[in-house]
Design a protein around this ligand. Structure first.
Ligand code: ADP
Ligand code: MG
Length: 140
């Protein structure tokens, strides 16, 4: 499998509970390398652009409010099959359905406040990484 890069976000529910280190440990233990990382506080408008694909969903406004409610940690992960591997480590969107040992099973509070984001395909990963990082910030 090819070396890939994917965008990860540690969401406000997790940064508020000081879970950045524990989540990073799970990512690193899975063989994902954090090649860029920064803590930022998104505006609701910036969150809205990031999640534009969900603009028609009933939870869109609530999602954008939540993502702007406290700082997030945005990061680029690199590794063999990193996109799918990160989705596996994250677990299902709804923590009640997430496999044991996954980040969402252990830390998520609800289907909305579910601790992490991860890109779902190579095309979205490229767009999402470029939304937050310049090429020179990716130190592989
Ligand atoms: P994922 O983050 O697993 O890729 P989606 O792309 O389907 O999930 O949804 C994006 C985000 O929107 C989710 O991570 C979650 O924060 C929020 N979300 C999804 N479904 C719901 C829902 N039914 N109610 C509230 N928030 C939701
Ligand atoms: Mg998604």
């Amino acid at each position: 499998m090819a070396i890939e890069r994917t965008l990860s976000i540690i969401k406000p529910d997790a940064t508020k509970r000081n879970l950045t280190g524990k989540i990073n440990s799970k990512l690193e233990e899975a063989g994902l390398r954090i090649i860029a990382q920064k803590r930022i506080h998104l505006s609701k408008a910036q969150a809205g652009v990031f999640y534009e694909v969900h603009a028609e969903r009933p939870f869109y406004d609530e999602l954008c409010e939540f993502m702007a409610s406290a700082p997030v940690v945005v990061q680029v992960l690199e590794g063999e099959g990193a996109i799918l591997k990160n989705r596996e480590v994250m677990g299902a969107t709804n923590p009640a359905e997430a496999a044991p040992g996954t980040i969402r099973a252990e830390f998520a509070e609800s289907v909305g406040e579910n601790s992490v984001h991860g890109s779902d395909a190579p095309e979205t990963a490229a767009v999402e990484i470029s939304y937050f990082f310049a090429g020179l910030e990716l130190v592989g």
